[in-house]
Write a protein that binds this ligand. Structure first.
Ligand code: SF4
Length: 308
């Protein structure tokens, strides 16, 4: 049996947990490739126009996996417990994938997390493991191994980021969902260009989550979405150690459009650039905006030299 895992959305958040879980259960898996033009085109063809570009791309990844595995892991996650709700896309994507590809006989692995009906993350993994024919004790062990792997990976990336924060270069905080900024097609060109401009991108999504959630109230006390609360809180955690902030959103993201407005109105002591990417624009316009933004920061720091 082979499990297909689309490289999109929550894969970027939970990949260590998921991959280690299947490895411990002795179940083979295949992860779809890095996002490329074909996957984007395929996702766009299947999705409705109004969907955000990241969920369109996700459908492209699901489509890529269709004939290559027995079941596809498409989680349905309703909330993060006390940390807050999640965007409706994470609640809907399971049904969206099931209905979009029903004529292609898609088989999805059932993975449902909804604390309002006592469907915890652990319960979801136990159900998944038992469906795959593994004993409860083994599933429990695999789940805890996966959680530990996830924790270790978070610790390592936090450590790495602490080193980056000490670099003697312009540092720019990137406020973006992990599945946007680490996507090869959407976010990676932005990070590459910032490196090319001799700046250090600091990733807002790499922050101590509980601390970030607690700090988020300093910007807004009423945000319902857990992932946005983490990002907003990371601004408070990192603002004194960076020179500017770039908000990167996938068009047309509802939660980000509201949250970014709040951030722009509340953060007055740092330059803020708001970038909305739609996957079609090409990089020329974005590169120009990044260059102007870095020039503004250099100017503020007295490092700007005008070249004719
Ligand atoms: S938070 Fe925004 S980008 Fe993420 S899935 Fe929801 S609408 Fe899409």
């Amino acid at each position: 049996m082979i499990i297909g895992i689309p490289r999109g959305l929550l894969y970027y958040r939970y990949k260590h947990l998921w991959l280690n879980f299947f490895e411990e259960l002795g179940i083979d898996y295949i992860v779809s490739p890095e996002t490329n033009k074909e996957i984007v085109t395929s996702g766009m063809a299947y999705a409705v126009d109004e969907a955000c570009i990241t969920s369109k791309i996700y459908l492209g990844h699901v489509e890529w996996l269709l004939d290559k595995c027995d079941y596809i892991l498409v989680p349905r996650i309703s909330d993060c417990g006390s940390a807050g709700k999640v965007c409706t896309k994470f609640q809907a994507i399971y049904d969206l994938a099931a209905n979009t590809f029903r004529d292609r006989n898609i088989k999805l692995l059932y993975y449902n997390v909804d604390s309002s009906v006592a469907d915890s993350e652990m319960a979801a993994f136990l159900k998944m493991g038992r469906f795959l024919g593994r004993k409860k004790s083994r599933c429990l062990y695999a789940y805890f191994k996966g959680k530990q792997a996830q924790k270790n990976a978070q610790f390592l990336e936090l450590n790495e980021q602490q080193h980056l924060l000490k670099e003697n270069k312009i540092k720019i905080l990137i406020i973006a969902h992990r599945y946007t900024i680490f996507d090869k097609y959407l976010g990676e060109p932005i990070l590459k260009h910032l490196h090319k401009l001799d700046t250090v991108p600091i990733i807002g999504d790499i922050a101590p989550k509980k601390e970030a959630i607690a700090k988020s109230v300093e910007i807004s006390e009423t945000l319902p979405w857990a992932f946005n609360r983490e990002l907003v809180g990371s601004i408070i955690l990192y603002r004194d150690r960076v020179d500017g902030i770039i908000l990167v959103s996938a068009f047309p993201c509802g939660p980000d459009s509201l949250v970014n407005e709040i951030i722009i109105r509340k953060i007055k002591d740092k330059p803020v650039l708001n970038l909305v990417i739609d996957g079609q624009e090409g990089m020329a316009g974005i590169e120009t905006r990044l260059e102007s933004f870095v020039d503004i920061i250099r100017f503020k720091k007295g490092e700007f030299t005008w070249k004719q």
